[in-house]
Design a protein around this ligand. Structure first.
Ligand SMILES: Cc1cn([C@H]2C[C@H](O)[C@@H](COP(=O)(O)OP(=O)(O)O)O2)c(=O)[nH]c1=O
Length: 236
């Protein structure tokens, strides 16, 4: 029977939308380790995937926008402590919101629309948790400046106590203590407060939560891979 073109009017290139997979947890929880591994495994299994982190500034095939995003990254992440201190918490919240906004609009959304999956390491949830423990900045303001970002399809929450995370990491930066001091106890106090905030968020959000305290990298990866297959039908 002859087919008409009427039913075949869809554009030639109309791939299924990609999936956004986000990894959250306190510093040292193993986010980068898992994100890197998922990125590699998805690509090896034939699922085109990009890994987006704190220092991803490339806008595909656009040198001018890439240069702009790189300048913003330098402003937000490559500044010294005196500048950070002088500018203050509200400025950094808004600067971070600008950074996350551009990453979402210029990199993540176009990739998803083109059918590419996105693994997001360093999502804004940790920033929200950090601001939630800061009495000088309104929590609702912090929530609002990130509210427009693309909602991930799956969030892996890697749970571990700050003390156990520190034992893995060995060292930490001033930012990782909320600039509260340089002692191990400063890291632990601050990160455990951030963890408590992430756990509040977890209650609202349908996150896939894993207690990674006694799990090695392979076990975390295996659990995450099973969830990708179950929830997003992505086999790796
Ligand atoms: C996942 C994992 C990480 N590590 C180490 C590697 C790194 O030095 C450190 C933090 O891992 P990393 O993946 O960088 O954590 P995050 O991105 O959440 O800050 O812990 C372990 O010792 N064991 C593990 O099972």
């Amino acid at each position: 029977m002859e087919r008409t073109n009427m039913t075949n009017a869809a554009p030639l290139f109309n791939p299924a939308r990609g999936r956004e997979i986000t990894v959250v947890g306190i510093d040292g929880a193993g986010k980068s380790t898992l994100a890197t591994r998922l990125h590699q495994a998805l690509n090896e299994a034939g699922h085109e995937t990009i890994l987006i982190g704190k220092h991803s500034t490339e806008v595909p095939m656009d040198a001018e926008l890439s240069a702009y995003v790189d300048r913003l990254n330098a402003l937000v992440y490559r500044r010294d402590a005196r500048v950070a201190q002088a500018c203050g918490d509200h400025y950094w919240l808004l600067a971070l919101a600008a950074w996350y906004t551009l990453q979402d609009k210029l990199v993540i959304q176009p990739a998803l629309a083109a059918g590419t999956h996105v693994i997001l390491d360093n999502a804004h949830h940790k920033i929200l948790a950090r601001y939630a423990v800061n009495p000088d900045v309104s929590t609702s303001l912090a929530e609002q400046v990130f509210a427009h970002l693309t909602e991930p399809d799956l969030v892996f929450f890697l749970r571990i106590s700050a003390r156990d995370a520190l034992a893995r990491k060995g060292e930490f930066s001033s930012l990782e203590t909320g600039h509260s001091g340089g002692a191990d106890e400063d890291f632990i106090r601050y990160q455990d407060t951030v963890l408590a905030k992430l756990r509040e968020h977890e209650q609202r959000g349908g996150w896939l939560s894993m207690d990674v305290t006694d799990m090695d990298r392979d076990a975390v990866f295996k659990t995450a891979a099973e969830a990708l297959a179950d929830r997003l039908q992505l086999a790796i």
